[in-house]
Design a protein around this ligand. Structure first.
Ligand code: GUN
Ligand code: ZN
Length: 451
């Protein structure tokens, strides 16, 4: 059945261009494609008639103005380690390299046990979907079976997911690594084969080549993955310039390139389907190279603060034409929520601007853009996702601010504009406000879905 969504819609068109449509209708076809966006309409029925949708050929879903509710595009989490979810909040005073050894690798190694993988991955998917994340770029672990299971679970739950098996054949602990280049290659191909079997068009779940980071891969493995991505057109995700000790380590390991970005570039891994997480300590030349190659950045402000990695200069990246989206980076980051991450992105940008350069400051509209359209660009999906323009897919959330147990207090005497409501949502909202979540036109999560 086709559906007409009616009420208030909020979505981003460009970086500082947020559109609030208080009385609009969006017509969604049976395959989840948006057929029309009718602004300033009286009713769902009036819009349906205007677009020649016969009475009885569609159902209607409305947002409720009395409950301060609105439709918003689904969020993109451009960087999340599904396997690290049990460790959210656990990082003490560590920084990246000792955090990996003391917290992360021991946890990830336990995913050889499929019961652990099933338990954790099921909960991560439920949790992220419940927070409005309709597309996630996941890192699993080094294990093939567990990684395949993550793909099965995402597909079953109806969450769009990039699924990456971590490649790590160098400089990694003996108890948690690819034993050699051939093992890494074989396991990578097995995961691609499995995902292609369960979703041949890679429409909902898609394999993503995942050299963990340059410091955990041999040059041979990096180059093989680069060639594989050229041959298959599959996307790539990895980490870059997160921490200064890491940057030095990469320089000392891979002397064939003159910069961290240069290592990936020389191995064929920098292209327009590459997602680079963090990018805290890039040089001007690396920024120019990444812009030229069309790669995107997953900005992970909660993680960068927790692991004291630094402050990514988001405006500096955007100014050079680099695509930027948001990543929770669970569990370097402590929250699986992209709304919370957008809040963190705004605050980190304020910290940067407090050092004397106001141009770093991000607005509410800008961080919500990063959470939606920016993320879609980084994932190479902006042609079909990110906002409510006709031709795109209905990946959306119904936000209700004045709901039972809401963390957002709306006072009846408040003179609130829609912009004010969006601001209150950004700073105080959470998954209790996510009433419904749709992916590809299908209802998949939300408080009204699970209750
Ligand atoms: N660099 C290499 N592996 C990781 C990881 O798991 N998390 C983060 N934040 N950085 C990394
Ligand atoms: Zn990460």
């Amino acid at each position: 059945m086709r559906t007409v969504y009616f009420g208030t819609f909020v979505h981003c068109l460009a970086l500082a261009d947020i559109q609030v449509l208080p009385s609009a209708a969006v017509g969604v076809d049976v395959d989840g494609t948006i057929e029309f966006l009718d602004q300033n309409t009286r009713s769902a029925e009036a819009s349906a008639e205007k677009y020649s949708w016969p009475v009885g050929s569609y159902s209607v879903v409305s947002s409720d103005p009395a409950s301060a509710s609105f439709f918003f595009p689904g969020f993109f989490d451009t960087h999340i380690h599904a396997s690290q979810y049990p460790n959210v909040g656990l990082f003490g005073k560590t920084t990246l390299l000792d955090w990996l050894n003391s917290y992360t690798f021991p946890l990830e190694s336990s995913f050889a046990d499929l019961k652990v993988a099933d338990d954790v991955y099921s909960r991560v998917i439920a949790r992220t979907l419940g927070n409005g994340t309709t597309t996630a770029a996941y890192y699993a672990t080094v294990h093939t079976a567990g990684t395949n299971l993550l793909a099965d679970l995402a597909l079953k739950a109806g969450q769009r997911a990039f699924i990456g098996r971590c490649c790590m054949d160098a400089n990694s602990p003996d108890y948690y690594c690819d034993k050699n280049l051939e093992d890494a290659q074989k396991a990578t191909l097995e995961v691609i084969e499995h995902i292609t079997k369960i979703d041949p068009d890679h429409d909902i779940v898609c394999p993503i080549l995942t050299p963990r980071f340059a410091a955990s891969c041999s040059k041979e493995l990096l180059s093989w993955l680069g060639k594989l991505s050229t041959d298959t057109n599959l996307p790539v995700q990895t980490h870059i310039s997160e921490n200064m000790l890491e940057v030095e380590l990469v320089k000392s390991m891979h002397t064939f390139a003159d910069s961290y970005a240069g290592v990936y570039d020389k191995c064929g891994l920098l292209h327009d389907k590459t997602i680079l997480a963090h990018a805290v300590h890039l040089t001007d030349d690396e920024r120019a190279l990444i812009a030229k190659r069309g790669s995107g950045i997953a900005h992970c402000p909660a993680s960068n603060s927790a692991l004291t990695s630094g402050e990514t200069r988001v405006k500096w990246l955007l100014d050079a034409g680099v695509k930027v989206g948001l990543g929770t980076d669970v569990s370097g980051g402590f929250t699986p929520s992209i709304l919370h991450t957008a809040r963190q992105a705004l605050l980190v940008s304020r910290h940067l601007s407090m050092k004397g350069d106001e141009s770093h400051k991000l607005s509410i509209e800008e961080v919500l853009y990063l959470a939606t359209v920016g993320g879609a660009e980084v994932c190479g999906l902006a042609y079909k996702l990110g906002n409510f323009l006709p031709g795109k897919k209905w990946d959306a959330q119904l936000i209700t601010l004045d709901c039972k147990n809401s963390p957002v207090d709306i006072f009846p005497w408040e003179l609130k504009t829609h912009e004010d409501l969006v601001a209150k949502w950004l700073f105080n909202g959470d998954d209790r406000n996510v009433t419904k979540v749709w992916v590809d036109g299908k209802l998949v999560a939300g408080t009204a879905f699970t209750s």
